[in-house]
Ligand binder design. Structure first.
Ligand SMILES: C[S@@+](CC[C@H](N)C(=O)[O-])C[C@H]1O[C@@H](n2cnc3c(N)ncnc32)[C@H](O)[C@@H]1O
Length: 294
């Protein structure tokens, strides 16, 4: 377990403890709560701040270990942080919510055509094409920000170990549920900030982040750690609706990857991504796919 991860704060190796993992450099500790490894800098402060999200996610797992509750309570007693909600960022249909169609009207045909284009040429389809390898091809794959798990189901059969990383624990649980339903072994669930990615160097055959990098405060920090975590043959696959990372040029992401010592293997731009916000509200993004190696 500890060979796949490093300390999110300083990057040092981790050692296993009865409660989770611990930094070998300064003893900073990272608890395991139920199925969730909490690998965030200042993990107990994060637990105090986001206690509602952790408690809700644990409740959803159906098994709430007493030790997990005790840990969250102790962390909160120590830090007394102001509560900060962790909002789910669902970009696929949520379980149990009926898929209500939009009204018919002059836009119907154009929207159906856009749906069809997205299915064929959207970021999900593009990533799936590049990950079309025989089952069991990889030893370890990480998906960062799985959201509703749209890609996670395709990743699970490809690898001996699938690691899911998200700052929202409930998101991880939902993606895990989809994988389990398909009969694959459960992924490793890591609650972490992608800006402080706790992935060990040289340990991942593929790292995938679909529509996540543009949400990060420190995309360069993410890229640096993600590239280092790849095996020599490993690949980092990203899609984003903002390859300029805040600037207008679409080349910023590729230039940043190269400036950090990565090698860009492929860039494909203009891939349609549709978010069905509600039956009468759709968002259309044009995304860029980037594949890189180190
Ligand atoms: C826009 S959604 C994309 C979800 C999914 N990849 C998709 O395309 O359907 C962004 C995902 O990244 C996660 N996320 C956002 N910011 C993050 C951060 N700083 N660290 C870790 N995960 C983050 C969100 O919780 C969510 O699961």
């Amino acid at each position: 377990m500890n060979e796949a991860f490093v300390c999110p704060t300083c990057g040092a190796p981790l050692k296993t403890t009865p409660d989770g993992l611990e930094c070998t450099d300064d003893d900073e500790s990272f608890p395991k709560l139920g199925p969730f490894w909490v690998l965030q800098p200042a993990a107990d402060l994060a637990l105090s701040r986001h206690r509602d999200a952790f408690l809700a996610a644990l409740a959803e797992t159906g098994e709430v270990p007493r030790s997990a509750l005790a840990h969250i309570e102790a962390a909160h007693r120590h830090h007394r942080a102001e509560p900060e909600p962790l909002k789910d960022d669902i970009t696929g249909p949520e379980e149990g919510i009926a898929d209500v169609g939009g009204p018919d009207g002059p836009a119907s045909d154009a929207l159906s055509a856009l749906d069809a284009l997205t299915l064929q040429h959207g970021p999900l389809a593009m990533l799936q094409q590049r990950l079309a390898v025989p089952d069991g091809s990889f030893s370890r794959v990480a998906e960062i920000g799985p959201g509703a798990g749209r890609l996670t189901r395709s990743l699970a059969p490809l690898t001996e170990e699938l690691v899911l990383v998200d700052k929202v624990p409930r998101t991880l649980w939902r993606a895990k549920t989809l994988v389990a339903r398909d009969g694959h072994p459960p992924p490793v669930l890591v609650v972490a900030e992608a800006d402080a990615l706790p992935l060990a160097p040289d340990a991942y055959d593929r790292i995938v982040a679909m529509n996540v990098i543009d949400l990060l405060d420190d995309p360069a920090g993410f890229l640096e750690r993600a590239l280092a975590a790849l095996t020599p043959e490993g690949q980092l696959l990203l899609t984003t609706p903002d390859p300029g990372l805040g600037a207008t040029s679409s080349d910023v992401l590729a230039e940043l990857v190269e400036a950090l010592g990565g090698q860009v293997l492929e860039v494909v731009d203009g891939l349609p991504w549709l978010r069905h916000v509600s039956p009468r509200h759709r968002q259309v993004y044009l995304t860029q796919l980037l594949v890189a190696t180190r």
